[in-house]
Design a protein around this ligand. Structure first.
Ligand code: DGY
Length: 323
């Protein structure tokens, strides 16, 4: 049995695959494979471990022999799940293990933005640490403020816990359904989307990118937020409209933003957001810790091993494939 892996991943999962007697072929070039290259590479593979490579209907039709596709991510917006299910291919992801690391990134962006930390760091490097002015470089404090969570799943819950325990923040959230556990643990309150916009001092996005969530943070949404609000997105760049966000920040409609995800990725070096004092941007590093990347590679390997044995994946995205 052979698995094709689209990027170099951590050794923990590779060892599991080797120990299970699976041959590994890795794409080691530091560039994204083209669709044609991916299709060609999978022709003599039994499984695919995709690290961000697009798995669309055309790819799946050309590779219907694959017994399993494991994603090295919790998100699966780059995969045509209905097409995979139609073709009987189980898709697995890596839920749970990256919640804490991603929430840490959201918390880091919130705090860094509230104190203009990234901008001030860059200013010092440009030689601009000058005369002390008591009214310059002022940030916003977070203690006792209101956190609005758009998408209170595993990652949103971790972020809410951090904010509650560090700063006693009041937690509001908007989900399709209520989250009784978060309500009991943190006193979180479900509110409508408009209430979330109007009441949040920090609004943090933790939902999946779907047709319903694409572009929901647009000019109309930013206009309903507080002028002092900070917008944080560590989920997917497609959930906010980047031009509208830039305008909202430039016009003082909202106060600041922290982004680990942008639209498009990578963000261009001349993007105006990178020079705004109240904006912090990171290059999609939500899950980038040694511990989490090891755990993700293990989960992906476990999905591959189960799929190649013909067993149900431990972490299936399309369990309906077994119906
Ligand atoms: C995920 O797992 O979805 C992360 O965003 C990495 O892409």
């Amino acid at each position: 049995m052979k698995v094709f892996i689209t990027r170099v991943i951590s050794e923990a999962g590779l060892k599991l695959l080797r120990d299970a007697g699976i041959d590994i072929v890795e794409w080691k070039e530091k560039r994204q494979l083209s669709k044609e290259e991916l299709i060609a590479a999978c022709q003599d593979a039994d499984a695919l471990l995709s690290v961000g490579s697009k798995v669309d209907r055309e790819f799946l039709a050309a590779c219907k022999h694959l017994k399993v596709i494991a994603l090295h991510s919790v998100g699966y917006d780059h995969v045509d799940i209905p097409a995979a299910t139609e073709l009987g291919i189980p898709i697995g992801n890596t839920p749970g293990v990256l919640s804490a690391a991603t929430a840490d990134t959201a918390f880091l962006l919130m705090l860094a933005t509230s104190r203009k930390a990234f901008y001030l760091h860059k200013s010092i490097a440009k030689g601009n640490w000058g005369f002390f002015e008591p009214t310059a470089n002022l940030g916003i404090e977070l203690r006792g403020k209101t956190l609005g969570v758009f998408g209170l799943g595993k990652i949103g819950l971790e972020m809410a816990r951090c904010c509650k325990h560090a700063y006693g923040m009041k937690i509001l959230y908007h989900n399709r359904s209520t989250n009784p556990d978060a309500e009991a643990e943190l006193g979180a309150t479900w509110v409508s989307f408009d209430e979330l916009l109007a009441q949040s001092d920090v609004l943090t996005v933790h939902t999946a990118l779907t047709p319903e969530t694409e572009g929901v943070f647009n000019a109309a949404a930013f206009a309903k937020m507080k002028q002092t609000a900070i917008f944080i997105n560590t989920a997917r760049g497609g959930i906010h409209d980047e031009a509208d966000l830039t305008n909202a920040l430039e016009a003082g409609i909202i106060w600041g933003a922290g982004l680990d995800v942008t639209n498009p990725e990578p963000m261009k070096a001349d993007n105006p957001l990178l020079n705004m004092p109240n904006v912090s941007v990171l290059p999609h590093i939500g899950s980038a810790t040694v511990e989490t990347r090891n755990a993700m590679s293990v989960l992906a390997a476990e999905n591959i091993i189960a799929g190649l044995k013909g067993e149900q994946l431990p972490h299936p995205v399309n369990p309906e494939v077994y119906d």
